[in-house]
Design a protein around this ligand. Sequence first.
Ligand code: NAD
Ligand code: 6OD
Length: 496
Amino acid sequence: MKAMPTATVPEVRRHFIGGRWFEETGKTRPLRNPATGMVHGRLALGGEAEVEAAVRAARAALEGPWGRMTLAARCDLLDKVADQLLERLEDLVAAEVGDTGKPAHEARSWELPRAAANFRAFAALARSRADEVFRMRSADGLEVMNTVLRAPIGVVGLIVPWNLPLLLLTFKAAPALAMGNVIIAKPSEETPTTACLLAEIMAEAGLPDGVFNVVHGLGAGGAGEALVRHPEVRAIAFTGESATGRSIMATASHGLKALSFELGGKNAAIVLEDADLEAAVAGTARSAFLNTGQVCLCTERVYVARPLYETFVARLAEEASRWVPGDPWQLGTRLGPVISEGQRERIRRYAALAAESGTVRAGGVVPVMSEGLEGGWWFAPTVWTDLGEDHPCVREEVFGPVCHVAPFDTEEDALKMANASPYGLAGVVWTRDLERAMRVSRRLEAGLTWVNSWYLRDLRTPFGGVKASGIGREGGVWSLDFFSETRTICVPWDES
Ligand code: NAD
Ligand code: 6OD
């Protein structure tokens, strides 16, 4: 294996509170590189004390120059953060690849540039958004002007997962800052490093101390729970598992705080009989295996019109073999490891269940890896068929490089199966008939549906899921709304 460059990060990933690295006095835990299984640093484990310190620092920032800064000045700072993210792209790539094992060229070509794009997009949107004015005449003839202003909420907590660590953190941090809030970020305990670099970049770009704080640690019983529990944290924007969302909602209910939830999925693709078969095969492979299937939008269920079914399955299995796992620093590598040993064990248990009840068309095993990578958490891209719709591999989110393919006879049957899920995040429809594409897409119970494509993002659009996949929407003005409080000022006057 090629030597992996390491980012300019210290051995211990420390909390960043009030503009400084917090001297760690508590426990730490080892961080392992998923591609090799080797320890590559340690994580400071924060809790109530660190969250309390971060809240104090954040409140002080809100009462200082940050609280008086104009929206235009804040957005100029966000543009600077975007510039510096791009300047330090290689450090960020090394950090993200070290934490996740994902192919470096994936991190470099789209995921980390998206972090910079998040800052630019939300700065532009916030700058150009006008406040609303509603005019009316009162019963006694007065002219009335209602001005709707947007004010920051105050201290907001951002809790994010490990699959796209910096992309997902910045997707929340950028609109929260644009609207004038102060942040306490809680990255995943598996992938803390890019959040540390982001803190450094924010400080270099000139954000005042205390505006962006990072507290590391575990979720339940750790920094995550302490953040949700803190009475002065007025809102929590969370991305992660649906079960975690339930637990956060229960904790947050004591303090009645605003919640935005981007949760799990069990996303379906529907391949209609008039689809471009080759495009549907390549597109489905990408939507199932990108980031080793660890994108909340990944397709785990594929419903294919019966006349195409056998050819589709054979071609998808062939295509799966092209997603070769390997050294993340090698240019041709398309597949990284899964995030942790625990996650790989979960996937193996699902694979064993699928092998018992259905047919394994591709993968289903731990691949043999080259020297240096044998200790990593690898799993081969996997295609299953012949499982019942109530099988755990078809009902439950696996969050790995796996999908199940089933045939259907009518559009109605396809929709019925696709919608028979507790989740409703993302869908894909493959067809050459645009009318049909619209008809099926509108009936798919999903917050996001792509036609003949997947994960094409316009950052002005709403992002989020229905049913167990989420509550609320982020993206575009939806994020700006979540991260602000509207205040209506009503001014009547007598024109005469
Ligand atoms: P997770 O829910 O286990 O953890 C996410 C974050 O929440 C971590 O930072 C964790 O420490 C923290 N956390 C865990 N329990 C907590 C608690 N009780 N209180 C406060 N914080 C807590 O999720 P994960 O395993 O890191 O990520 C994978 C999951 O995330 C999948 O289900 C995937 O579908 C989902 N996801 C959804 C989206 C989306 O936009 N809908 C995006 C990415 C990932
Ligand atoms: O692209 C985005 O804005 C976004 N929130 C992606 C989420 C991917 C889930 O893993």
